[in-house]
Design a protein around this ligand. Structure first.
Ligand SMILES: *[C@@H]1O[C@H](CO)[C@@H](O)[C@H](O)[C@H]1NC(C)=O
Length: 283
């Protein structure tokens, strides 16, 4: 049993070399990128209002905005080009629901994938026990894949609206003085979008990761193995790959797919060989 011998030398952290564990690590890294780039964003645009009456001009009106993009609360002062008077104006739109939804999903996905990584490494026997771990893991992974798709799409749409609402050429149109042809208005600088574009990319990357991981978690549930067995295929590995690696002898018996499946067949040659080869039998 070469595989069993090979697996015997596997250290705890080798679990991260399995697709499921490795993807989990990518998931929490990518989740951090997603919420950090979106939640940490601050942007600035600048417009100029060059009044006919030069003294009241302001050639660099700075407008700052940031997450969660409640643009209708972002105000700035623009000259009225009349006797040094000015007006207070507000940007338009409230994109906080999409932005906050996206960040919330990212944070929860981060917490879950981090927790899952810890469970895979330190609680693998409990994870495989009774098949409950893989089952919950499977359902949560499916739900998160869906939420990533929905929240990334919503956020991508909101971002395109935010870009429109903060375009200096559009913001100029809000300024009353600019409606008078004699005053000249211009855009000085638009906001930088690289951070927010990155957050959308990471949102969809996360969707791909989680959706891809559905398959690897599915394999742990043992349903896959059941199907193969019914087809009369060759004896499969145990459903829970983590149990297969059998870190400690006591976990070996209970963590296998056999009991968990309600399949009463005696342990196969594979598990016996595996069990006795890997560990000095404590009993
Ligand atoms: C122009 O507007 C900025 C705010 O965007 C303000 O800090 C500055 O004092 C204004 N300049 C003048 C000349 O009013």
């Amino acid at each position: 049993m070469d595989t069993a011998n090979k697996l015997a030398s596997v250290a705890t952290f080798q679990i991260l070399k399995l697709p499921l564990g490795f993807i989990r690590v990518l998931e929490w890294l990518f989740a951090i990128f997603a919420f950090a780039t979106c939640g940490g964003y601050t942007g600035q645009l600048r417009v100029s209002v060059d009044c006919m009456e030069k003294a009241s001009s302001n050639l660099s009106i700075a407008i700052d905005f940031s997450y969660p993009f409640r643009l209708h609360q972002v105000s700035f002062e623009a000259p009225l080009c009349e006797e040094m008077r000015s007006e207070r104006l507000f940007l338009s739109g409230d994109y906080s629901s999409s932005a906050e939804f996206f960040v919330t999903i990212s944070v929860f996905a981060f917490l879950y994938s981090l927790m899952a990584t810890v469970v895979y490494i330190f609680y693998h026997n409990k994870y495989c026990d009774n098949n409950r771990g893989p089952l919950i893991d499977f359902i949560v992974t499916v739900v998160f894949s869906f939420l990533w798709l929905v929240s990334s799409s919503a956020w991508a749409k909101a971002l395109s609206d935010v870009k429109m609402a903060t375009d200096p050429d559009e913001v100029q149109l809000l300024v009353s003085a600019c409606k008078d042809q004699r005053n000249k208005c211009g855009s000085v600088q638009g906001p930088r979008w690289s951070g927010l574009n990155t957050s959308v990319v990471f949102g969809f990357l996360n969707f791909v990761l989680w959706a891809g991981n559905i398959w690897f978690v599915f394999k742990e549930t043992g349903w896959h193995k059941g199907a193969v067995k019914q087809q009369g295929g060759p004896p499969e590995k145990q459903s829970c790959s983590f149990g297969q690696q059998a870190y400690n002898p006591s976990s070996f018996d209970q963590s296998g797919g056999y009991g968990a499946q309600g399949d009463q067949s005696p342990p196969s040659e594979y598990s016996q060989v595996g069990g006795s080869t890997l560990y000095p039998n404590p009993m």
